[in-house]
Design a protein around this ligand. Structure first.
Ligand SMILES: Nc1ncnc2c1ncn2[C@@H]1O[C@H](COP(=O)(O)OP(=O)(O)OP(=O)(O)O)[C@@H](O)[C@H]1O
Ligand SMILES: [Mg+2]
Length: 358
């Protein structure tokens, strides 16, 4: 075979080699683990039967093979075996030196989008918040005038007409409440960073969710008890978890399960646009089994004022994204119907300030 075995098995990207009729001849270890299937069970099978690709690609693929050209397909859901589909970019390329063999490479989008998304939305959040704060301040005064006038008017009115003035007063109150939320959002104090046991904070969030907005949900803890401490502002971290739990509970009004999953992944490193890079090995996932992100807003959920709910302010995730950014962490999301995962990646507390208890 023309393929260099060492090179092939070291490729960190899931890759498959196909022959003329899309039969899988070879799969590398990254593909085995991505598809959750052994090389043996993949080999000799047709690609389309083993790998779920949510796009009609057989024809364009046949054309690429015939013309010996490459084909790039972005943003398709790819799944297989037990694995739920995940947003990926696909590359098909002819294997040089053969007449019809093709290589398929599957690049999951999660890491790439995490790196783009966070930065731009943080900046957008800052300017939108400044603008909103100013507006909030400006709207509150005339609104107080409107409410006062409606109350004065109501005194001389018949009960039916009073319903109208009551409506004015009530709706104005609702606007004031919303504006106060916006103002509070702008007034965040700078974080007080200390070593924090993530599980303590998660427990506090879970307890308060379980007796309040999440009373209809089942909470499942999957903690890695050996997880070292992070460095963060515990109160702000609590706010982050509460917001994510609240969204998960609201996504599943009829009841469902929320999994709190923590684990260590030393390989995650973030390269920031200012050239610095940092290690974020502590992973916290909040996973729900609700319907998933509404597709029309899925790309913008971290932006302020983007909401898929009738009464949502759309500030929850913008706040989460800002707080996690301030703490030097990353947030990413992977969502398909039935499984939505918000993952927060945080830095380790430096060794010399870990408090010993863990
Ligand atoms: N776990 C989830 N499952 C499905 N959709 C979600 C989930 N989390 C967030 N969303 C979607 O993202 C939107 C934005 O969430 P965000 O928390 O920013 O605002 P909100 O929940 O609408 O309002 P607020 O948090 O201010 O009450 C939600 O309205 C919802 O449509
Ligand atoms: Mg919310």
């Amino acid at each position: 075979m023309i393929v260099d075995t060492a090179l092939w098995s070291s490729l960190p990207v899931p890759a498959l080699l196909l022959d003329a009729d899309d039969t899988i001849i070879l799969s590398n270890p990254a593909a085995e683990s991505f598809l959750n299937m052994s090389a043996k069970s993949l080999s000799g099978q047709r690609l389309w039967e083993k790998v779920m690709i949510d796009a009609p690609l057989e024809a364009p693929f046949a054309r690429a093979r015939k013309n010996r050209t490459s084909l790039f397909v972005n943003d398709v859901d790819v799944g297989g075996g037990e694995r739920p589909p995940m947003l990926c970019n696909l590359q098909f390329a002819p294997l040089q030196g053969t007449e019809d063999a093709m290589i398929v490479m599957i690049s999951p989008r999660e890491i790439a989008s995490r790196i783009n998304q966070n930065h731009s939305s943080e900046k957008a959040a800052k300017s939108a918040i400044g603008m909103a704060e100013m507006l909030a301040h400006e709207i509150k005064n005339p609104l107080a005038g409107i409410t006062g006038a409606a109350q004065l008017l109501s005194m001389g009115l018949s009960p039916e007409d009073q319903e109208m003035t009551d409506l004015i007063v009530e709706e104005s109150r609702r606007i004031v409440k919303l504006l106060e939320q916006v103002e509070q959002f702008g007034n965040l104090r700078p974080p007080v960073l200390k070593p924090v046991n993530i599980h303590d904070v998660l427990d506090r969030a879970r307890q308060s969710a379980a007796v309040g907005f999440g009373a209809h949900m089942l909470f499942i803890e999957e903690y890695d008890p050996s997880l070292p401490q992070t460095i963060a502002d515990a109160d702000q971290l609590l706010q982050v978890f509460l917001n994510l739990l609240k969204n998960a509970a609201e996504a599943n009004k009829a009841g469902g399960a929320i999994r709190l999953h923590t684990f260590y992944d030393a390989s995650l490193r973030v390269h920031r646009s200012d050239g610095t890079q940092s290690r974020l090995p502590l992973q916290i996932e909040i996973i729900d089994d609700g319907p998933g992100l509404p597709p029309e807003i899925a790309d913008d959920i971290f932006e302020p004022f983007i909401s898929g709910k009738e009464n949502g302010t759309g500030l929850g995730l913008a706040l989460v994204s800002k707080l996690i950014g301030d703490a030097g962490g990353w947030i990413s999301v992977d969502s398909v119907p039935g499984r939505t995962v918000f993952r927060i990646s945080l830095p380790l507390a430096p060794k010399d300030i870990q408090t010993g208890e863990n």
